[in-house]
Ligand binder design. Structure first.
Ligand SMILES: NC(=O)c1ccc[n+]([C@@H]2O[C@H](COP(=O)([O-])OP(=O)(O)OC[C@H]3O[C@@H](n4cnc5c(N)ncnc54)[C@H](O)[C@@H]3O)[C@@H](O)[C@H]2O)c1
Length: 322
């Protein structure tokens, strides 16, 4: 089966794609390669903006996956206009082109950020999605655009992912567990901005299995799915990272607890993904810390600007406007 992955050179794609190759899929990646190319050499690459996609670029694929866009709040807030173009219009355009080309399935990388600030209830996919900031709004718009194209010939699976963490060959140190891990090693301190806030965390290994389950699910499966490895308070994540680093790396780490108001607070139910996709996460935060510690040599140049999306994005925007 041939699959086209837009944004496949990013953090998630760089872990997912080697697993798809192992399973015998033929993979092409369409990407602007903002953070370089860390993909195996047998992956076909198309260096293009999604918006420059031509009908012939998308012929012959059975499935198309959207992993592109601006993938965090700081980028979205730095350029709300680019955010709405990249996160709302781009998946809509890609979905439209894919459906027109006869692609059978479209998978969308959405976010639990769409839930905004909730009141400590476990949210499933039927609960209200209300967010008031650019990233969350745009991820919901992208999701709605692709969902409404679904019909019996075009299956659309939209994930609402928790914050992904763990090691990827295209590393990011701006994701909650990864950030705490890095600051523990660099400063000897983990700063917890608000210990009471809830966050679903998704290990990158579990994220890859969710995509595999979606790709391999029956063609009749369509819909929105929360995906997470577990729900944690940020205070608890801090404790687990501290304990993991003490145990695995024998380093002493302090916790610094602040009480700063956050505009995101949610915990999610993954029952639908369990029942419909047979998604069974295996990697809790302890296991994510083990993954980071085991691969530490591969990303210990902590100042590498590629590990921080906002740094690269500011440069790209300066170039675009300059
Ligand atoms: N990482 C997370 O914690 C997380 C959580 C929830 C949702 N998501 C979503 O999952 C997706 C992938 O996340 P990631 O962490 O792998 O992102 P990433 O930032 O590492 O990678 C994004 C990739 O998309 C490419 N890209 C961006 N705009 C493009 C365009 N217009 N045309 C072609 N290529 C383009 C970039 O070059 C980059 O390689 C994103 O849509 C993100 O919003 C991520």
């Amino acid at each position: 089966m041939k699959i086209l992955i837009a944004g496949g050179a990013g953090y998630i794609g760089s872990v997912l794609i080697p697993k798809l190759l192992e399973r015998g899929y033929e993979i092409d990646v369409l990407d602007l390669f903002w953070f370089g190319n860390h993909l195996p050499s047998q992956v076909g690459t198309i260096t293009k903006n999604i918006f420059d996609l031509k009908p012939q670029d998308i012929e012959g694929y059975q499935q198309v996956i959207f992993l592109a866009g601006l993938s965090n709040d700081p980028m979205a807030e730095f350029s709300p206009a680019q955010n709405f173009i990249s996160n709302a219009a781009a998946p809509a355009f890609l979905g439209y082109m894919a459906k027109k080309a006869g692609v059978k399935r479209f998978i969308y990388a959405g976010s639990c950020s769409v839930y905004g600030y909730t009141v400590n209830e476990l949210y499933d996919e039927t609960c209200p999605a209300v967010s008031n900031y650019p990233y969350g709004i745009s991820k919901l718009q992208g999701e709605q655009a692709v969902q409404q194209m679904a019909d019996d010939k075009f299956s659309v699976i939209a994930f609402r992912q928790g914050t992904v963490s763990g090691y990827s060959p295209r590393m990011r140190l701006d994701l909650v567990v990864n950030t705490m891990f890095k600051s523990a090693l660099v400063d000897g301190v983990i700063t917890v901005n608000n210990p009471a806030i809830w966050r679903p965390v998704l290990s990158i290994q579990d994220a890859a299995s969710a995509y595999i389950r979606a790709i391999e699910s029956h063609e009749s499966v369509t819909g929105i799915f929360n995906v997470a490895s577990g729900n944690y308070t940020v205070g608890e994540i801090g404790d687990l990272v501290q304990a993991g680093i003490r145990k695995l790396l024998n380093r002493d780490v302090q916790l610094k607890i602040n009480h700063i108001q956050d505009y995101r607070n949610y915990k999610v139910s993954i029952e639908k993904a369990r029942k419909v996709l047979s998604f069974h996460p295996k990697h809790a935060v302890e296991s994510i810390v083990e993954d980071l510690a085991a691969n530490l040599d591969r990303f210990s140049d902590f100042d590498n600007e590629n590990y921080y999306n906002i740094r690269i994005f500011k440069k790209l925007e300066a170039g675009r406007l300059g």
